[in-house]
Design a protein around this ligand. Structure first.
Ligand SMILES: *Cc1c(COP(=O)(O)O)cnc(C)c1O
Length: 388
């Protein structure tokens, strides 16, 4: 391995920050009011984030998992209901439904876009289905035309897991403008971050009102008499995080512009390597913030994929093994699992099952690198596959 081809330069660091975040943190500090009640940072961030994503209303919360949980609860998900989720996703998608006492029903994804298959979602609808959760994998929007039609025909609401999709557009419309609730994450690796954090956008004021009460221990805004009107929990974001997120939001467009230039180039170069198939694009997903650079090595074993990831890391690439199908995680089975075996689910979800062992992703900071680095990434990957 001594002479192995490796990256000759570093990628930009993540997270990115500067004087805007510093100024924001001091501004929040000097307010002397560090939670959202009576402060202005969370309120301002909610307005700015809603507008950015084309939504009428946004509620900031503690993290993306809580964003999903709160959004599902607003849609009426609870014990006795089912939520349809893609089998290939980060586990929060199913965990949020399961925490509410609902059953998470995995359905397969497309093998090329890695997004939920609307026909399979349609086939999984029962009288108990309370929500369908498309996850916009790596910033590529799910087929929102087919899903909107499915939702209209079935009466089952959509909840978009938009943890990867800040600023994404479908046919020129932002995620918050597609008629359904959307949940976002601001965890450290996400496209904008305060270390932790989340938000939900809502098409309707009444949904925001319900969510506000529930995210604050069931307590109405301005309540001084401890009238807890509903059940709930404390999912409130603090003022410091919101001040950082306002600065991060202001950085997003320029970062998206760079990644949107880099991905078509990298994707073309990757597709020229034998045995490598990059995530497909969809013209209707016309603005893609590119949360990950993902590709498959179809047919490889999990051991081989993991060895490739280790070799890429050794050669200077921030590479990761992708998610495993959610039903292949022990935690999925603890509560709220469907009445099926792993084998039955694997047979129903062949694409997610294959992706569990053949899919790789690169951190989005790679796509903030130079054009020359895109060529180097492809050269390093080709050399790794040929020689290791
Ligand atoms: C990151 C992520 C979440 C959860 O967000 P947290 O802020 O980490 O709780 C949910 N869904 C997907 C697809 C994610 O990638």
């Amino acid at each position: 391995m001594g002479g192995a081809l490796r990256m000759s330069s570093e990628f930009p660091a993540w997270p990115q920050y500067g004087d805007e975040e510093r100024t924001g943190l001091i501004r929040a500090l000097d307010q002397g009011q560090w939670w959202r009640m009576g402060g202005s940072e969370v309120d301002s961030f909610e307005r700015e984030f809603a507008e950015y994503n084309g939504a009428e209303h946004a509620l900031a919360v503690t993290n993306g998992t809580h964003a999903l949980e709160l959004a599902l609860q607003v849609l009426g998900v609870g014990p006795g209901t089912e939520v349809i989720v893609p089998a290939f996703t980060f586990i929060s998608s199913s965990q949020a439904a399961q925490r509410l006492g609902a059953v998470a029903v995995p359905v397969d994804v497309h093998p090329d876009t890695y997004n939920i298959d609307a026909e399979r979602a349609a086939a999984a609808i029962t009288s108990k289905t309370a929500a369908i959760m498309p996850v916009h994998m790596a910033g590529l929007l799910s087929d929102m035309d087919a899903l909107a039609k499915l939702s209209a025909d079935s009466g089952v609401p959509l909840i978009q897991d938009a943890a990867h999709a800040q600023g994404a557009e479908w046919n020129g419309k932002r995620v918050g403008d597609l008629g359904s609730v959307a949940a976002f994450s601001f965890q450290n690796g996400k496209l904008m971050t305060a270390g932790e954090g989340g938000a939900v956008t809502f098409p309707e004021q009444s949904q925001w009102d319900t969510a506000f009460v529930r995210h604050s221990c069931g307590r109405p805004n301005g309540d001084r008499g401890y009238f807890h009107e509903t059940s709930g929990s404390n999912f409130r974001l603090n003022e410091f995080s919101a001040s950082v997120l306002r600065a991060q939001l202001a950085r997003l467009d320029s970062q998206v512009a760079v990644r949107e230039q880099r991905w078509p180039l990298l994707s073309r170069l990757l597709s020229e390597i034998p045995g490598v198939v990059p995530q497909a694009m969809d013209e209707r997903s016309n603005r893609n913030p590119h949360y990950m650079a993902m590709f498959r090595l179809p047919g490889v074993s999990e051991e081989r994929r993991n060895a490739v990831v280790d070799a890429l890391i050794e050669r200077g690439l921030p590479a990761f093994a992708a998610f495993r199908a959610i039903y292949r995680c022990q935690g999925f089975w603890e509560t709220g699992a469907p009445n099926e075996t792993v084998e039955q689910l694997a047979a129903r979800c062949p694409n997610a099952d294959a992706m569990t062992h053949d899919t790789v992703w690169l951190h989005h900071r790679t796509l903030l690198g130079t054009e020359a680095q895109m060529h180097e990434i492809a050269e390093v990957l080709a050399d790794t596959l040929a020689t290791s």
